[in-house]
Write a protein that binds this ligand. Structure first.
Ligand SMILES: Cc1ncc(COP(=O)(O)O)c(C=O)c1O
Length: 404
C-alpha cells in the first residue's frame, strides 16, 4: 500500500479531526444522556412547512434542479439585504453572497484573506469549525479571553499594542457576539462599539458570525456590530441552519461589495454555486410567512430546556463549579476546579454514569481549558435534563472529594 502522507500538501500536515465529532461516537450508546451534540432539536423541524414547500416547489418551474449563480439566487439575496437593512445595517443585494452553510462562508473568507502565518484574533474559547477553517489556511490564532460580557477588550488592547510593537498586525478577528458557541455568552453593546474602535485603530476586519442571534429567550436584541460599521469593515455571517434546518445548507455573508466579488470568484473554484434546491426551499419558507412563528416556537422550546438545565445545575452541582446563564442559543459553559481534567473524566462519565458532554479543551487555541465543559441543551430531551445533570454532578463530586 502507498504511504499517502508523502503526497500531502504542507498545509494539511497539522489538520486534525475535531474532538467533538469523535466524542459524538461515544454518546450513541444506549442509555447515555448526552449534552454533547450541539445540533438543533430534530423534533422541532417544521415538517408540515417542508411538506407544503415541497408540493409548491415544482409547480411553476424546475430551476431548483439547475445550477444557479455563484453568488446565490438574486431573489434570496434581495430578501436578506432587506432583512439586514431592517435590522439597522443598510446593504444591497450586491453585498450578499449565499454559501453552503455559514461554515463555507468561514472557509471562503479564510481562503481570500489569509496568507500562511497571518495573525487572526479569536475569542477564547471559540467555535471549533472556525478555528479549523483558520488553521486550514495556516492562520496563526491568538486567543482573547472572554467573560460574561464577551471579549475582554482590555486584554485585547494590550495584546494589540504588544503585537504592533513587534510589527505584527492581525488580518481579522472572529467573533460570535450572540449566545456564543461554546459559552452562550453575549457581547455587550459597549464592547461591540469598543471592538469596532480597536479594529479601526489597528486596521483589521471583523467577522461577525451570528447563527444563534434569532434564538433569543426574551431580551431585546443587541444591535449587530455591522449596524455600527460605515466603512465595510465588518463581514456579517447569517445561517438558516438553526432556525430552519441545517440540512438545507443555506448560509450567507454580507460584506464590502469588492470583497463579495472576490469571494464569488473564490467560490467558483470551490463549488460553482450553493445548493439551488436549498436556496429555493429557504425562499419558499420566507415567502410562506410561517418562519417567524416557527422561530418563536423554537425560542420557547430552547428556553424551557435552558431553564431546566440551569435549575438542575443549581440543585446538584457541588461548590467550586460555575456556569454561564445564556440568554439564547444552545449552550451552557461549565468551569470546574482547576485540577479537574474534563477530557480525562469523559470516559468515566460515559461508562460509569452514562452522561456525555464535550470537554472544553478543543475550543481553546493554547491548550488550556482542561477544566471546562460545554453542555448543549438544544438536543436534550426535557425529561432527561435533570437526571443528566445529576449524573454529571456525581462524576464531578467524586473528583472533588478525592482531591480534598
Ligand atoms: C458559531 C457557528 N458558526 C457557524 C456554524 C456553521 O453553521 P452552518 O454551516 O450550518 O450554517 C456553526 C454550527 O454549529 C456555529 O456554531
Amino acid at each position: 500500500m502507498l504511504q499517502m502522507e508523502r503526497f500531502y500538501a504542507q498545509r494539511v500536515k497539522d489538520m486534525r479531526g475535531s474532538d467533538i465529532r469523535d466524542a459524538f461516537k461515544l454518546t450513541e450508546e444506549p442509555g447515555i444522556i448526552s449534552f454533547a451534540g450541539g445540533f438543533p432539536a430534530q423534533e422541532a423541524f417544521p415538517i408540515d412547512l417542508f411538506q407544503e414547500i415541497f408540493q409548491r416547489l415544482f409547480q411553476e418551474d424546475y430551476a431548483g434542479l439547475q445550477y444557479g449563480p455563484t453568488e446565490g439566487l438574486e431573489a434570496l439575496r434581495r430578501e436578506l439585504a432587506a432583512q439586514l437593512t431592517a435590522e439597522g445595517a443598510p446593504c444591497s443585494a450586491e453585498s450578499i453572497i449565499i454559501t453552503n452553510g455559514s461554515q463555507q462562508a468561514l472557509d471562503l473568507i479564510c481562503k481570500v484573506l489569509l496568507d500562511p502565518g497571518d495573525y487572526v484574533l479569536v475569542e477564547q474559547p471559540s467555535y471549533v469549525g472556525a478555528l479549523n477553517a483558520i488553521g486550514n489556511y495556516q492562520g496563526k490564532k491568538i486567543g482573547i479571553p472572554i467573560d460574561e460580557c464577551g471579549l475582554r477588550l482590555d486584554v485585547m488592547a494590550n495584546r494589540l499594542k504588544e503585537m504592533a510593537s513587534r510589527g505584527q498586525h492581525p488580518k481579522f478577528i472572529y467573533t460570535i457576539p450572540n449566545f456564543q458557541n461554546p459559552t452562550g455568552v453575549t457581547l455587550s453593546l459597549e464592547r461591540r462599539r469598543g471592538l469596532l474602535e480597536l479594529a479601526k485603530q489597528y486596521d483589521f476586519l471583523i467577522i461577525e458570525d451570528n447563527p444563534y442571534g434569532e434564538l433569543s429567550f426574551g431580551q431585546e436584541p443587541v444591535p449587530h456590530i455591522k449596524t455600527m460599521d460605515n466603512e465595510g469593515r465588518v463581514i456579517y455571517l447569517g445561517s438558516f441552519s438553526k432556525i430552519l434546518s441545517p440540512g438545507v445548507r443555506v448560509g450567507w455573508l454580507a460584506a464590502h461589495e469588492a470583497l463579495v466579488r472576490k469571494i464569488t470568484v473564490a467560490k467558483q473554484g470551490t463549488d460553482l454555486c450553493s445548493t439551488t434546491l436549498g436556496m429555493k426551499i429557504v425562499l419558499e419558507a420566507l415567502h410562506s410567512g410561517k418562519l417567524r412563528a416557527h422561530i418563536e416556537s423554537l425560542r420557547i422550546m430552547y428556553r424551557r430546556r435552558r431553564d431546566l438545565m440551569l435549575r438542575a445545575l443549581s440543585a446538584y452541582m457541588p461548590e467550586g463549579v460555575t456556569w454561564t446563564r445564556p440568554e439564547g442559543g444552545f449552550f451552557i459553559w461549565l468551569t470546574l476546579p482547576s485540577y479537574i481534567d474534563t477530557k480525562a473524566m469523559l470516559p468515566f462519565a460515559i461508562t460509569e454514569q452514562k452522561v456525555a458532554y464535550v470537554s472544553g479543551t478543543g475550543f481553546h487555541v493554547d491548550g488550556t481549558g482542561q477544566n471546562t465543559i460545554r453542555l448543549a441543551f438544544s438536543q436534550a430531551a426535557e425529561g432527561d435534563i435533570e437526571e443528566g445533570i445529576r449524573r454529571l454532578s456525581r462524576v464531578i463530586r467524586e473528583r472533588i472529594e478525592v482531591a480534598m
